[in-house]
Design a protein around this ligand. Structure first.
Ligand code: ADP
Ligand code: MG
Length: 584
């Protein structure tokens, strides 16, 4: 996984950089074509930044031109008004933009979708207003003139070729960096947040920090592109960094394919060059240009690169390697001795509805504890409150000797609490292996910071659930039953202390249900503590050591299976009130 990419022994990044320099030399040293190339290269850096925030993390940002402008103005004002060295000014500008990006990202804490888009639009508009009206500082609508190009270690970038080469090398570095990010731990965390925020959180990812980080990174790339743009044209003005430009950058990313930085390059290249090519059409050129963009987006919803990647993915092979058995199931303490999970007086009210009403429950170490009850009795709500998706109205949750009642979901996962969902929550844009790696890489897990070991752990977890051969497939192409197993493998890969399974048998056929029974028995054999919700009494009787029954949010029975399943209240709850007397 962490293999360095090489071409005939030479690092691929160096080859790409040399190609970029070579490409720069092919462009005329001044004039129209040089300008187009410079614009494409600097824009591409910003658009590659959008891949991070939008493509990887799934957060809409309509402010990339604002960050581009921050970089551009930072360099312009820093060099022209404050006499700073070009690179010093660039570094300061990038740092400021990065911090503002983080602050903008903070806006994503509670806001999603449309609201987030509006926050970024507002930010963009505010910047335009400041650039235009704070004349004393920004020079106002006249813009800044005479922006110099840099010199580094006696090497002057004043000439067109040298400066374009600098921009292209920066573009290549940004592209490769973002490409590598995709298959890194942080990149996987971002994609997990994009695909399923709840599951990301309960798999140990700090969703908020990940989103904020993606905004910060994206702002850094945006401002880097802008800073280089500034030196490229010697002159900038506020209208170059307007809302319309942010839309253009967004379109570039979507057109090329926002999932991949190479797509961003293609999209940027096309949208910079296309209007120039179409200029001969005079008045109608904007219409033709717009129609071309719409057609491509309608017919290739994943962008041009997405279209190519779709065809390449089929050739991806599963990493063939022998895998050590899953080590998660090391015993932690005497089975049955103490309660791993201890819940007291747990209540969750939704308005007037008491989904949980003063539930006490203790799950002993190394046992399989079944939570059963009719539909709507509060079982899923119980797991959601335990794993931190819902705040309890009242009550206390103790786990492995600590009070976790107030912890956010990712911290509970890191404390050893893993779960699956009644309605499968997997990371649909990712491969089977990547899904499970997210689990293996939860903070605090022994393999979290070692990519090779994390791959091995994930493969071991997949082997354990019988999906070792499907590792390279896109997770959505698996059968429903196998998707459930991926969810279980993801939970197991994080070496949890306790596993919460919400109706794992739902939607499985008979064969799959039997397989699941076998899987549960193997897990139990290894001493993992399990809380399972299920309707299938045959399955529950097979595996459960202890059963708790809920009805209308209240605990109506608790104890050994033989006793609980004979309890008159339980029979009544399952069969309905009229049968109560017959049964009793
Ligand atoms: P079970 O998993 O036992 O079938 P749930 O825990 O899903 O039941 O639901 C218990 C009750 O709480 C149901 O009446 C359900 O409609 C209600 N409920 C669950 N989640 C919510 C929510 N987010 N908002 C409002 N009501 C909810
Ligand atoms: Mg449920």
């Amino acid at each position: 996984m962490a293999a360095r990419y090489r071409w005939r022994g030479v690092p691929a990044a160096l080859v790409a950089a040399l190609l970029a320099v070579g490409l720069a030399m092919l462009v005329p040293a001044q004039g129209y074509i040089l300008n187009i190339a410079m614009q494409a290269a600097t824009y591409a850096i910003a658009v590659v930044g959008l891949v991070v925030v939008l493509g990887y993390c799934g957060q809409i940002s309509i402010a990339q031109a604002a960050f581009f402008g921050l970089g551009a103005y930072g360099v312009a004002l820093g060099t022209v008004d404050y006499g700073l060295n070009f690179f010093t000014a660039l570094a300061i500008a990038v740092a400021i933009a990065g911090v503002l990006g983080l602050i903008l990202g903070l806006g994503s804490l509670r806001l999603g979708g449309h609201y987030l888009a509006m926050v970024t639009i507002s930010f963009q508009q505010i910047l335009t207003v400041v650039l235009t009206n704070w004349i004393g500082f920004t020079h106002g609508p006249d813009g800044v003139r005479g922006i110099p190009r840099p010199t580094l270690f006696g090497l002057s970038f004043e000439g067109g070729h040298a400066y374009l080469a600098l921009c292209l090398v920066a573009m290549v570095a940004a592209t490769l960096g973002v490409w590598r990010l995709k298959s890194s731990r942080l990149g996987r965390a971002m994609q997990a947040v994009r695909d399923n925020e709840l599951a990301a959180g309960t798999s140990g990812i700090d969703v908020f920090a990940t989103k904020v980080g993606s905004f910060g990174l994206s702002a850094v790339f945006g401002s880097l592109g802008g800073g280089l743009f500034s030196g490229g044209f010697h002159y900038i003005s506020p209208d170059q960094f307007s809302f319309a430009e942010s839309i253009v950058m967004l379109t570039m990313a979507l057109l090329g394919g926002v999932q991949n930085p190479f797509g961003a390059l293609i999209g940027t290249g096309l949208l910079v060059i296309l209007p120039e090519w179409l200029r001969f059409l005079r008045q109608v050129y904007l219409a033709v240009y717009g129609a071309a963009v719409i057609l491509i987006m309608v017919f290739l919803p994943d962008g041009l690169w997405g279209f190519v990647a779709e065809r390449l993915r089929r050739r991806v092979r599963a990493p063939a390697q022998d895998v050590a058995p899953l080590p998660l199931l090391a015993q932690r303490g005497e089975p049955g001795a103490d309660a791993v999970l201890q819940v007291q007086g747990l209540a969750k009210h939704f308005g007037g509805l008491k989904a949980l009403d003063g539930v006490d429950l203790a799950v002993r170490r190394g046992t399989v504890h079944a939570l059963i009850g009719p539909n709507g009795s509060g079982k899923s709500t119980f797991i959601n409150v335990i794993t931190g998706l819902y705040r309890p109205t009242a009550g206390r949750i103790g786990f492995a000797g600590r009070d976790i009642t107030a912890l956010p979901p990712h911290r509970r996962n890191r404390a050893g609490l893993a779960r699956t969902y009644q309605n499968i929550r997997i990371f649909r844009g990712m491969s089977v292996l990547e899904n499970v790696m997210v689990g293996a890489e939860r903070a605090g897990n022994d393999v979290a910071n070692d990519p090779a070991a994390a791959v091995e752990r994930a493969l071991a977890a997949l082997d354990f659930v019988g999906l070792g051969d499907e590792a390279a497939r896109l997770v959505g192409t698996l059968s429903y039953g196998h998707q459930r197993y991926v969810e279980i493998a993801r939970a197991l890969a994080g070496s949890p202390e306790m596993l919460l399974l919400d109706e794992p048998a739902a939607g499985l056929n008979m064969t799959e249900k039997q397989e699941l029974g076998g899987l549960l028995r193997r897990l139990k054999g290894h001493g993992l503590t399990i809380l399972i919700i299920d309707h299938d009494m045959a399955l529950v009787e097979q595996v459960a050591d202890h059963i708790t029954v809920l009805n209308f949010g209240r605990r109506i029975a608790d104890g050994a299976p033989q006793v609980v399943l004979q309890h008159p209240d339980v029979i009544a709850a399952y069969l309905g009130e009229p049968q109560r007397h017959e049964a009793a």
